[in-house]
Design a protein around this ligand. Structure first.
Ligand SMILES: [Fe+2]
Length: 355
């Protein structure tokens, strides 16, 4: 049956204030207060630094990461450090061995904050990263679900960090032509990685981890997703940002999703320049025979354009571009969980992503 002309409306594309993005929200201050979190006692993480994995085949990982858009900062027989084009010395570290997740790493920018991290329950060994580019020292904390969580201090900044490898494209809209006598041309190749953006877990101990991370670190939910059970709401997913006061910070640097079946790292995600470089990167990885998980698409929460891939060891890694930024005034969005809240466009979400 033909649709009535008036029943079909054109889609809507808009940027809306963070205060009106969710139908229901509460201030971060009230959320912290309601949970009795002592804001001053928390370790103030300054930024996300890098990911750490143990993986059986370093050669295979190097091939993948080069095609994913990273550069080898340093390699030894049993270790490799990959960097992007940003200021970080490296964004991904791997050591040779049976497949194992060794945790994400956040940086603190003072000795005082590092010493606070040493006192977090589960904090154990301190490593002096003398072999790693930029050096520094790192404490490893075992969280209540057994995940390793690391804090680094004293790493030198990379001096020769380049600027963006791509020119900002000017778009020609119907009502605004920004590009006159300038033709777009593209070169196939990997999507150059800028920085590590976020990572997160699937966990059977969701509530414990939410409490652990938000009470010991300046990690605050940006969005909380719930399920209803007998009229009660149970939080099942959260995207969290670093509380850096008024400074803009990524919509999420860390996330947690509840699971009934088992705890594992879900994915880590790296920023690339823009939509076109991301699509070109997708095509490049596909042409090399790598396995796509899900993408290219556009998330709803965080707004990122996403593209998920399996690395050779079966770890999920993501390219993202154009993510939202928040600060301490952004209210915590509260919304029902559902697969339909994952993407506004893109391929159908595969089962492998939801596990
Ligand atoms: Fe992601």
């Amino acid at each position: 049956m033909a649709a009535m002309e008036s029943s079909i409306k054109a889609n809507l594309v808009a940027s809306v204030p963070d205060t009106s993005a969710s139908q229901e929200n509460m201030s971060q201050a009230n959320w912290l207060l309601a949970r009795g979190i002592k804001v001053k006692d928390r370790v103030r993480l300054a930024k996300l630094s890098h990911m750490r994995y143990q993986t059986p085949d370093l050669d295979a990982l190097c091939d993948f990461m080069l095609n994913f858009g990273m550069v080898i900062a340093k390699r030894t027989e049993n270790e490799v450090w990959f960097r992007g084009y940003g200021v970080d010395q490296y964004v991904y570290y791997a050591t040779k061995g049976p497949k194992e997740f060794l945790g994400g790493v956040f940086a603190v920018d003072s000795k005082e904050e590092f010493e606070k991290a040493l006192k977090v329950p589960g904090a154990s060994r301190v490593q002096h990263l003398s072999e790693a580019p930029g050096g520094g020292q790192m404490v490893t904390i075992v969280d209540p679900d057994g995940f390793l969580f690391n804090v680094i201090f004293g790493q030198e900044r990379r001096e020769d960090a380049s600027t963006a490898p791509a020119e900002k494209l000017r778009a020609n809209y119907p009502n605004e032509k920004q590009r006159i006598r300038q033709f777009n041309r593209f070169e196939p190749g990997p999507a150059a990685v800028h920085k590590l953006g976020h990572f997160g877990y699937t966990t059977t101990r969701f509530e414990e981890l939410l409490s652990f991370y938000t009470s010991h670190f300046n990690i605050v939910p940006t969005d909380l997703l719930y399920m209803e059970n007998d009229g009660h709401r149970i939080d099942v997913t959260t995207f969290m940002h670093l509380d850096l006061g008024q400074s803009p910070t990524d919509h999420h640097s860390f996330f947690l999703g509840a699971s009934q079946t088992g705890s594992h790292v879900h994915h880590c995600s790296f920023e690339v320049f823009d939509y076109d470089t991301q699509h070109l990167g997708h095509q490049w990885l596909a042409s090399k025979g790598y396995r796509s998980v899900w993408g290219v698409g556009r998330h709803i929460l965080g707004s990122q354009i996403f593209d998920y891939w399996w690395d050779p060891a079966g770890n999920m890694v993501e390219h993202y571009a154009d993510g939202d930024l928040v600060n301490e005034d952004t209210p915590v969005g509260i919304l029902p969980a559902g697969h339909e809240s994952l993407a506004i466009w893109g391929p159908e979400v595969p089962l492998a992503f939801l596990q």
